[in-house]
Design a protein. Sequence first.
Lengths: 295, 295
Amino acid sequence: MNPADHQNESIGCLAICGVGLIGGSIARAARSRGVVSEVIGIGKNQARLQKAVEQGVIDRGSTEPESAAAQADLIIICTPVDLIASQVAQMLPHMRDSATITDAGSVKGEIVRELQAEGIDASQYVPGHPLAGSDKTGFEFADPDLFEKATIVLTPTAETADIHTRRVRTFWQALGGNVLTMQPEEHDSVLAMTSHLPHLVAAALAAAVQEDHLRLASSGFRDSTRIAAGDPELWTSIFRQNAAATLAAAREFQEKLTHLITAIEQDNADELKALLAEGKCRRDAWREQRLRLES
Amino acid sequence: MNPADHQNESIGCLAICGVGLIGGSIARAARSRGVVSEVIGIGKNQARLQKAVEQGVIDRGSTEPESAAAQADLIIICTPVDLIASQVAQMLPHMRDSATITDAGSVKGEIVRELQAEGIDASQYVPGHPLAGSDKTGFEFADPDLFEKATIVLTPTAETADIHTRRVRTFWQALGGNVLTMQPEEHDSVLAMTSHLPHLVAAALAAAVQEDHLRLASSGFRDSTRIAAGDPELWTSIFRQNAAATLAAAREFQEKLTHLITAIEQDNADELKALLAEGKCRRDAWREQRLRLES
């Protein structure tokens, strides 16, 4: 089969390990677009899986990852980042030779290094990260349009076979995503700045406010701290897996903040205005870029 | 006339000095709710005022503040914070004895101190701050419902006559606001934490990202940096007028952030999770409080 045939081939059975907000959204998106013939949800909690079936999120649930892996054409691991490498390692020996496995973890380098350190043949694994999410948790909030116009990063390694990268790219494109590929380390260093650091800062901002002052917090506080409502356990894993890059991003942020603070201390209006204009310029550039992507 | 009569009395002529996003929204809100019989917009640019008339934001424009002040029952100063004290001082001598003047500035203490230092009789002035806004500027974005369920802070001083405070309170309530009163210094110290610091942090976050990394910035970046798109000149004035409280808030934030950074450096999962949970807890408390206020 040549690559072109593979791209046009529809994915038969999709197995999603971890049917939460992201896993549930992928399931709903793939089912509603007719991209797959069946979605198996893999989890530990039979009752939760049953509820996901009843709510039309997945076709059926399985608490046996290895047997589900053997039936799937595409597996997506949507569990917290510190579990992904071991779950990929658990699935691989049971997968068909033609099957593909990918994930939705927010950190990529550590997963790749862990699999390499274990000496696992990971040619069927395509490290991935859909840049979409919510501060909510649970498949009850699953959104079939979550990946429309979203950026999806794939970080194939030298080991990853091209045919699997192409399949995962085609899958995400069918869900409406814009797919980019880059090195795992590049992904982690950029995401530290654009996602992990903002979360750390939002948590510090929210925690710094006294509870009885919250009544004087309005839309600025609402937006600047929204992501602080995310799951502390999930985010602890993300920070631990991407510690070095997050710390480097935090240093750059602190340097910018110190400049702003110094300008206020010195009552240096020109400097303060120039620094605020730099932030505005970058934020405006982001917005223009998004409008272009979404048009 | 006793206070109850005054509360039921409708405001005749409203003059708004500075017909931008906030001034324009007040004008639209007051007109659409029938709270006033006429809205005069005071500004420097005749063409802009004419456009505001054409768009139905105000009834008429005036480039002569003193003559407009003489006709108004209520004046609201909606200009940048560093201009407010001098504009209040300019209006007062021309106002009728029964007329009231208030403002919409984000900082209160400095305005009050400036008027006191000038020895101005400010019994008709009610310092105010509607906690509502946008990162957009201009009356084109004016929203007649901007103050629905919004918190409005009034900071009357010992000098302010009660009758004027009551009139401004009644006005904001008619626009849908929840009115609180407190000391100017308390307002400034709380707002430094809930509004001014988040703006400073958002600017630093946005400025820290390299332009070519913006394509990997998603909804977390969007929300945590939204307010960085605000007008640098406006915010320079706010930070300068509320420098001491903003610097104190920044120190508390930096302490929280340093704790988080140290927990990552030390790979202390329990500590990291506890600190993130503290941020989440405060953010969730804010959301519950808003839902109660809005229900």
